[in-house]
Write a protein that binds this ligand. Structure first.
Ligand code: UDP
Ligand code: MG
Length: 320
């Protein structure tokens, strides 16, 4: 691309063969109607269905649609990182490929950012009525915890549908983190920000790629990326168990003085179990951090680019 477009849309795409055509159908008229230069960076996160072929087809009659392909599935956040890092626009909007984030809000986000010179415009979910009860509950707990960790500048219920200015993108690119959790890192920047409220729609087709295991992982990444307080929790647990030990020691001494030492096995047993449990919890917590230090020291990139249509080279072949 010779000149940078004004707007870049970053869209992580993983096995979205049903949803993608519908998304493109709804997204394109909106972007064309904006009357600004734009590009859509579709990041194919190692899809194993016909999504890659569909993306090539889409690109054929939509030159603004750019394809970045991973060599393998690396996860939603990695796809976001690749898209944000490779976007050329002065404004970068990240959006899901399943129409859960209504693309009609993009013009509103852009207008707000330009009018008020904002660096960040969050898409805030006004209503999660279409999400399952379980998803709403887990999401509620997640945002509650994250606001405690990052602070009140983190908007409640703001996911990965947001607009970033070039300044915010450059700041994020300068971060040494390999696997940032953007919904925490972006508010942490503290740049001037605004909000656009939207209704989280139902996934247009296909099914979610966020099973419980990935949700737990995102939550663990979020906590350990931003806070060492779980380590402090280990200290508190240690102190608490120490206190219990003192009480037990007192109890044992008194029992001994009263001459009834033999029936003390239950307290011993409970004490042993308790301390064993506390130690295991602490070791587990340390493991979380040590594991992350390990991967940071290894400094492996979070993703590998297989293909970027903007660079017009294809290491993995597109016509197989
Ligand atoms: N996604 C991805 N890699 C993955 C899982 C998901 O790029 O490993 C994409 C997916 O195609 C979608 C977005 O991330 O555009 C959000 O995923 P999904 O809709 O499955 O999650 P949910 O909305 O249910 O939380
Ligand atoms: Mg979704």
């Amino acid at each position: 691309m010779s000149t940078a477009p004004l707007l870049s849309i970053v869209m992580p795409i993983y096995n979205e063969q049903e949803a993608l055509p519908l998304t493109v159908e709804r997204l394109r008229p909106i972007l064309d109607g904006l009357d600004v230069t734009y590009e859509v960076v579709g990041v194919d996160d190692g899809s194993t269905d016909v999504t890659p072929v569909l993306m090539q087809k889409i690109r054929q009659d939509w030159p603004e649609f750019r394809i970045v392909r991973f060599s393998r599935n690396s996860g939603h956040q990695a796809a976001l990182t690749a898209g944000i890092h490779r976007a050329h626009g002065d404004y970068v909007v990240s959006i899901d490929a399943d129409l859960q984030d209504p693309p009609e809000k993009i013009p509103e986000m852009l207008a707000l950012a330009r009018e008020q010179s904002l660096d960040i415009v969050y898409g805030v979910r006004g209503d999660r009525g279409t999400d399952t009860f379980f998803k709403r509950r887990t999401a509620g707990a997640y945002y509650w915890l994250m606001r405690k960790l990052v602070g009140k500048q983190m908007p409640n219920q703001a996911g990965d549908y947001r607009l970033l200015s070039r300044a915010a993108v450059d700041a994020l690119k300068a971060m040494p983190e390999h696997q940032p959790v953007y919904r925490l890192l972006v508010p942490w920047l503290g740049f001037p920000s605004g909000e656009v409220v939207y209704v989280r729609e139902e996934r247009v087709a296909g099914s979610t790629h966020y099973p419980l295991s990935k949700m737990v992982r995102l939550a663990l990444d979020s906590v350990t990326n931003f806070s060492a307080s779980p380590l402090r929790l280990a200290t508190w647990l240690g102190l608490f168990s120490f206190l219990v030990c003192i009480l037990l020691a007192l109890y044992t001494t008194v029992s001994y003085a009263l001459g009834s030492t033999v029936p003390g096995w239950s307290s011993l047993f409970i004490g042993m179990l308790f301390i064993g449990a506390v130690q295991l919890v602490c070791v587990g917590l340390l493991g979380e951090y040590v594991g992350r230090i390990y991967s940071a020291v290894q400094a492996r990139p979070a993703y590998f680019i297989g293909y970027d249509s903007a660079e017009d080279q294809d290491r993995y072949g597109t016509d197989e």
